[in-house]
Design a protein around this ligand. Sequence first.
Ligand code: SF4
Length: 272
Amino acid sequence: MKKVLILNSHSFSDYSCPQKYKLVNIDNLRPLKTKESFYKGTIWALFLEVHYEKIKTNSNVDVLTEVLAKANEAGLNLTLPEALVFYTVYFGYLPAWQHFDYRWKVVATESGFSKVLYEDDENVVLYEGRPDLVVLQDGVLTIVDHKTRSLKSNIPPYNNQVLGYCWGTGARHFTYNYTTWNLEGRCEYSFERESFRIPVNLIKDWEVNAISLAKRILADTEYPKVFDQCNKSFRGLYGSCPYIPLCTTVSPKHNKYIREKRYIVGEDRKSW
Ligand code: SF4
């Protein structure tokens, strides 16, 4: 039976440091997060998922009630006062885009894909992703990614995630749906969208690079020591890496202590 390796845009980014790839994808070690550190993006994405699903199914569901129910189902522990802050932003979002969204026919919300990237006699490599939203914009298949941000910095357009989503779904158009806000003190927010067409040759290049990376990961997984050996050469190169406290610890005893106090062993990371 063939061995199956499942990759996604996160695993490719992780592999920029093989040590990080091992910590995240093999050891399944996750930094302990505070509620605030991941709440904003997750809850806002839930609001938009419910909103566009409502449009797609032409339903009368109450968005706030549905978001609270879904958050509860997912164990997110969202309280009504917290949800009402997001609801205020949602009421700003609706008029901001109503003149534009009529051009969108919603095809799918939070719907995943899984596609064979590479196969040989012993291995199958699947590449997976779950775009936030897929629409037909004036009849053209377009992927929409909801992003929250507190700083005015746009994401580079032709990045690994965008190209992988286009490869996986066949779309050639991509839109970032930005919400910028400050929830501390006064609730200030603004909305912006950035759309672009992805040249086919970039998607082809992405596929070639992705296959080569997948082969390297397959080879490294056969000889796991490779992951450890990369540690020193990459250490400290990636300033925002959540594993810095682990990688900069010399004593094994202290390393064990930090692992237990600041990280948890999670489940296998799934794309969807
Ligand atoms: S801190 Fe540096 S060496 Fe450690 S996982 Fe992150 S990038 Fe890799």
